[in-house]
Write a protein that binds this ligand. Structure first.
Ligand SMILES: [Zn+2]
Length: 130
């Protein structure tokens, strides 16, 4: 008993893949692949996602940041749990669809200026997630 939190209701891998692909298809998110400072592998801010392609697991980081966009009210713990669930439970077919879409992104890589704008946005208190 006690006050343990209610277990998180996980989104099924196939359904989450559909959500991610639909979101990518809207074309509203700008993706940037760049080195990021500190221990941060990815950032989400408004309609931008930045991913450090030089460290960590890019697929994990991508799913993680997309979840922040899809579920803006979720906290990091929930996002991490769902990402882990997705990666461990999704079929190769499902992963392949995500990886193909990721590979075909028109990503921007000239993001130094963007890092500065990130810092400005952070100072303004704009919603940002890592
Ligand atoms: Zn996060």
């Amino acid at each position: 008993m006690g006050n343990s939190p209610k277990p998180q209701k996980m989104i099924r891998p196939f359904r989450l893949a559909e959500m991610i692909l639909a979101k990518m298809g809207e074309g509203e998110i700008v993706f940037r692949f760049t080195r990021l400072p500190g221990r941060v592998y990815g950032y989400s801010l408004c309609d931008e996602i930045m991913i450090d392609h030089t460290r960590g697991d890019i697929f994990d980081t991508f799913v993680h940041e997309m979840l922040h966009h899809l579920k803006p009210h979720w906290n990091h713990v929930q996002v991490r749990a769902q990402t882990k669930y997705f990666i461990s439970r999704s079929s190769w077919d499902t992963k392949q669809r995500i990886l193909c879409a990721l590979g075909n992104l028109e990503a921007r890589t000239n993001s130094l200026g963007s890092l500065e704008s990130y810092a400005r946005e952070m100072n303004k208190g704009t919603k940002r997630t890592e």
